[in-house]
Design a protein. Structure first.
Length: 335
């Protein structure tokens, strides 16, 4: 890694400042001081063989293969600074990429961060973003190993996540077979509920709002599912039905969900009632929970935390609930 190069802000001598002083901008301290603040004093796991400071990082790949994924977040499309703190945004940026690594049955080994920001942005915002990204990277068992900084008209965060399969086959979307059990690790619908509450200005359900601001994937459950024999798996980023449809189409099967085990919690029902919305629709079509959904042979023992929510049948790519098509918006789309 080349010192996170190409920022349009010219390097300057860093003044003696309070790190949290909101009046100090990126332009005031320059690129290299900003980078130094992001990496100074951080502890890396053994998987980081060479961290930030050179032309590229070196990350261990004991398996001989590297799982890689990338995702981008743009201000006012994927996050709002009036709804989420920079720390929360940083955590979410890492979480949504780390969940994709887990969904392949792999363990996270490193994250590369590309940041675009206006020169007028407060350094304190970047500091908080960095704290959030490091906090979540450590929770995922990895570290931020490098990246880039550029000038832009708005805040843009792009994350590349790396992972290790530890000798196992990757768990693909295309492996589901008729007779498999469909199982879920984590909750679905909470992030969509939190978003709806934020849009309505309703703060009576803080835990649901927190689920939208800071999803908490069960990173360890991806490898555990692979070890248990999962035949397919996906991260719920677009919505439960939407992501199961990806599995159904790739595998050439149908999926039927059990409505009884998808019953909304009292908290979701209360929030939906207060907004005049349907809690079950949040569960079925709401995205950004970053829970894991997968299929397992009927004879497999589900790993800890996973719960059965349906079954796989023969067919051609549909997802139903008790045999009925799902009504409403199928899930998140970018355009």
């Amino acid at each position: 890694m080349r010192r996170w190069t190409h920022c349009v802000v010219h390097p300057k001598k860093e003044p003696a400042i309070d790190a949290l002083d909101p009046s100090v901008t990126v332009a005031d301290i320059g690129e290299f001081a900003l980078i130094d603040r992001s990496v100074r004093g951080r502890v890396h796991p053994p998987s980081t063989l060479l961290g930030p400071g050179d032309d590229a990082a070196v990350v261990a790949a004991p398996d001989g293969r590297v799982v890689a994924t990338t995702d981008m977040l743009m201000q006012d499309k994927h996050f709002r600074l009036d709804w989420s703190s920079p720390r929360d945004i940083g955590r979410k940026a890492i979480a949504q990429n780390g969940a994709d690594i887990a969904a392949m049955g792999a363990r996270c080994t490193g994250f590369l961060v590309a940041l675009g920001c206006p020169s007028s942005l407060s350094v304190s915002v970047v500091d908080e973003l960095n704290e959030g990204m490091w906090e979540e990277a450590v929770r995922a068992g990895a570290a931020v190993v490098g990246g880039d900084v550029v000038g832009s008209t708005q805040l843009v965060i792009s994350i590349t996540a790396l992972g290790d399969l530890e000798g196992r086959r990757p768990v693909l979307r295309s492996g589901a077979r008729p007779g498999d059990v469909v199982a879920l690790r984590g909750d679905s619908g909470r992030s969509a509920a939190g978003l709806a509450l934020l849009e309505a200005g309703d703060v009576r359900f803080p835990e649901l709002i927190l689920s939208h601001r800071v999803p908490q994937p069960h990173y360890e459950s991806g490898p555990a599912a692979a070890i248990a024999g999962a035949t397919s798996m996906a991260d719920i980023s677009d919505g439960l039905v939407a992501d199961l449809t990806h599995i159904a189409e790739a595998s050439g099967v149908d999926v039927d969900l059990d409505s009884e085990v998808l019953t909304p919690s009292d908290e979701l029902n209360s929030a939906a009632e207060s907004l005049g919305l349907d809690a079950l629709q949040w569960i079925l079509t709401g995205g950004e929970d970053h829970a894991l959904v997968g299929t397992f042979p009927s004879t497999a023992t589900l790993p800890d935390g996973w719960r059965r929510i349906g079954r796989v049948t023969g067919g051609g790519g549909s997802v139903t609930v008790e045999g009925r098509p799902v009504e409403g918006t199928p899930g998140w789309t970018s355009f």
